[in-house]
Design a binder for this molecule. Structure first.
Ligand code: AMP
Length: 432
């Protein structure tokens, strides 16, 4: 089914053809028509499914028909959990709207507010924002929400995990009740549903549609997942060995701690491998520069803490490495969703040390299968990692690392709900 059949006008279709998209992804096939019809939507779709275009394209279609904008007003607000995702989504909006006259921008923390205020003074059709900076700008009366038509919560589960629930509710209190609401989340946890329930009275129409595109328990089929059990003190040697031996062209390497990221970059450099790291302690400008270098291929190996890596979208990313296993299975799914995007093949490799056994059990229980194990010559393990128990239920709580103010601490809870199939919620107002 070509994009024209989805009710998108020629300038929009032209823009996506310019990007090389030929066929809509499953979420785009379903969501675009629903959003154009003006309905509210709750979609379970993980990153890499083409979800950004699924909500941006119909918004452009709706807005293109009627253009009216006053100073300091916005028509669509897209809330994202991180700066990197805000920048990424805004870049997508700019690409998709390049043949239209609609305006868009991203506002996020870590950079001067003045240029953002100046641009807002003329009004912006589509604003992508992180919650903290948006509230800051609203308090400074740099923007008003009275003409807002559409609210998008992108990666809602991540926003909840990062502790943005209260800020989101504060933003929602300021929005007009008559608006279209779109929520996208990789997982539909109790906390996300509570966020939906907390939305102000009458905000959600009784015909809100629920879509579930990729089952939250699985990952994209075109991602080859494998793991290597390794002693903790041999991880950097193993990584260097794989990079060199398997001639990796590119890798996004997830690591738990900021200081660990810097140390790993040093260890790699001692073995003549040039890598760089992004984490919350780096300035926004330096994070953006490193990301741009990684995307362009100038930098081949990027070490990133989970939070900093959120929102990274590199079309051709071939490989992610879990240098440290994440505590939450959702995090594992998010991370490996960085590769194998929109149909491309990808590889996700996890380094599993003896101490990661419980994390591995939780992840494999969520996937409902064990991850293929490979052995690498020269790396025998002293402490063997047993095979997982697939009905593992975790009793302990996640460790609580000290987070930088930009790297918000995740919450402890990760209960999830049963999957929702495509369904229209009739006679039930779930957003208020
Ligand atoms: P997202 O899930 O929105 O993060 O998108 C993942 C990647 O897929 C991005 O690099 C998009 O540019 C790309 N993409 C989105 N829609 C399509 C499509 N219909 N065909 C090919 N690539 C797409």
């Amino acid at each position: 089914m070509p994009f024209l059949n989805l009710g998108l006008c020629k300038p929009i279709v032209q823009a996506i053809e310019d990007l090389g998209y030929t066929t809509p992804t499953p979420i785009q096939k379903q969501a675009i028509a629903i959003i154009i019809s003006g309905k509210d939507l709750i979609a379970t779709a993980q990153t890499g499914t083409g979800k950004t275009a699924a909500f941006v394209l119909p918004i452009l279609e709706i807005f293109n028909k009627q253009r009216q904008l006053r100073g300091k007003r916005i028509r669509a607000l897209i809330l994202t959990p991180t700066r990197e995702l805000a920048v990424q989504v805004a870049a997508n909006v700019a690409d998709y709207s390049k043949h239209l006259t609609l305006s868009s921008m991203a506002v996020y923390g870590g950079i001067d507010t003045e240029p953002q205020k100046q641009r807002l003074s003329e009004g912006i059709d589509i604003l992508v924002a992180t919650p903290g900076r948006l509230l800051d700008l609203a308090h400074q009366r740099a923007l008003y929400f009275d003409e807002l038509e559409v609210l998008v919560l992108d990666e809602a589960d991540r926003m909840v995990d990062m502790g943005f629930g209260a800020e989101i509710n504060k933003i929602i209190e300021r929005l007009p009740e008559a608006r279209q609401n779109l929520l996208f989340s990789a997982t539909m946890s109790d906390e996300v549903l509570a966020l939906v329930d907390g939305f102000s009275d009458g905000a959600m129409s009784s015909t809100a549609v629920e879509l579930s595109i990729s089952p939250k328990t699985t990952t994209a089929p075109n991602i080859e997942q494998w793991l290597i059990t390794v002693d903790k003190d041999r991880k950097s040697a193993l990584l260097s060995h794989l990079i060199t031996d398997q001639k990796w062209d590119q890798a996004l390497i997830f690591i738990e701690k900021k200081h660990g990221a810097a140390k790993l970059v040093d260890q790699l450099s001692k073995r003549d491998i040039v890598a760089d790291a992004i984490h919350g302690d780096k300035s926004q400008a330096s994070r953006e520069k490193i990301l741009a270098d990684f995307k362009s291929g100038k930098l081949k190996y990027l070490v990133a803490t989970g939070v900093a890596a959120r929102g990274i979208d590199i079309g051709e990313l071939s490989r992610v490495v879990n240098y440290d296993m994440p505590f939450k299975p959702e995090e594992y799914i998010h991370r490996i969703g960085r590769t194998g995007r929109a149909g491309a093949a990808g590889e996700a490799i996890s380094f599993v040390a003896w101490g990661d056994f419980k994390n591995l059990c939780a992840i494999e229980s969520r996937l409902n299968h064990v991850i293929n194990r490979k052995e690498v010559d020269g790396f025998p393990v002293r402490k063997v990692v047993p095979v997982s128990i697939l009905n593992y239920v975790r009793k302990n709580k996640p460790p609580q690392p000290k987070y930088h103010s930009q790297d918000r601490a995740p919450s402890n809870t990760s209960a999830t709900k049963a999957e929702h199939g495509p369904e229209t919620r009739k006679n039930k107002n779930i957003w208020g």
